[in-house]
Design a protein around this ligand. Structure first.
Ligand code: MG
Length: 249
């Protein structure tokens, strides 16, 4: 069932989204060569808990941290570690959710550590643009396929691979609600979008090939190619005045 949110609920989600966004930016700013992923997670965890919110991911399905931190060929769901050090030239994807007054905000960003290659920089730029294009398509009367087609069309025009196994999602009083929001699809097809829907749009784009696999830790998803992947996400409300990004710092 798709839950349409009232204006009051969306206002609460904006609060949750702001905390999630500021926590994410604190984590992004902490990324530097030599830091461990656990140090980045600590910054994020402390930001969320010191602002009256609860990390959405901590304990979710047994996940042990406030943030997923995924480096280079890791696509999503990387587990922060005291021994994993970020290196010069890495790209670091950080995914953060916060619960505030019963509502969730969920967002992700990929940042380079130090100087990164032009190839990686373009992957980041294109994936960020994919998110923007997906958000622009999130208007009443459009269909879910319009979001997916916008993301897929742009990513594939650069020869990149769009991850199929993991998708965006409805969000609200739970982190994952219906509908699923794929990053691929056909324009004009799928569920019709309506004002009051709140969704997390989150393109996961691989440098080459769409394939992914999960590591034996039960969480970390990596590219089948071993090549880098990027991930950007916002929580968005579909309104009669257009899409509203709820995860704004
Ligand atoms: Mg999400």
């Amino acid at each position: 069932m798709i839950v349409l949110k009232t204006g009051k609920e969306i206002a609460l989600m904006r609060e949750a989204g702001r905390i999630a966004a500021q926590a994410l930016m604190a984590g992004v700013q902490a990324v530097a060569p030599g830091k461990t992923t656990q140090e980045i997670n600590r910054v994020i965890h402390d930001y969320i808990t010191s602002h009256g919110a609860v990390p959405s991911f901590l304990g979710y399905g047994g996940f042990p941290a406030a943030a997923c931190i995924s480096i280079n060929q890791e696509v999503i769901h990387g587990i922060p570690s005291k021994t994993r050090r970020i290196e010069e030239g890495d790209i670091v994807s950080i995914d953060v959710g916060a619960i505030y007054k019963g509502y969730h905000g969920d967002n992700a960003y990929t940042v380079g550590a130090g100087q990164i290659s032009p190839e990686k920089q373009q992957l980041l730029d294109v994936t960020k643009k994919c998110l923007e294009l997906g958000i622009e398509a999130a208007v009443p009367g459009n269909r879910l396929g319009d979001i997916g087609a916008a993301v897929q069309g742009y990513a594939e025009s650069f020869g990149y691979g769009v991850v199929r196994e993991y998708v965006g999602h409805g969000i609200g009083s739970e982190m994952h609600q219906e509908p699923e929001v794929p990053n691929y699809g056909r324009a004009g097809h799928g569920l019709r979008l309506a004002a009051g829907m709140t969704i997390a749009i989150e393109p996961m784009i691989n440098l080459r090939g769409a394939g992914v696999r999960q590591l034996s830790d039960g969480w970390t998803v990596v590219t089948a190619s071993g090549l880098p992947s990027a991930h950007f996400e916002h929580t968005v409300a579909i309104t009669d005045n257009g899409p509203v990004i709820l995860t704004r710092p």
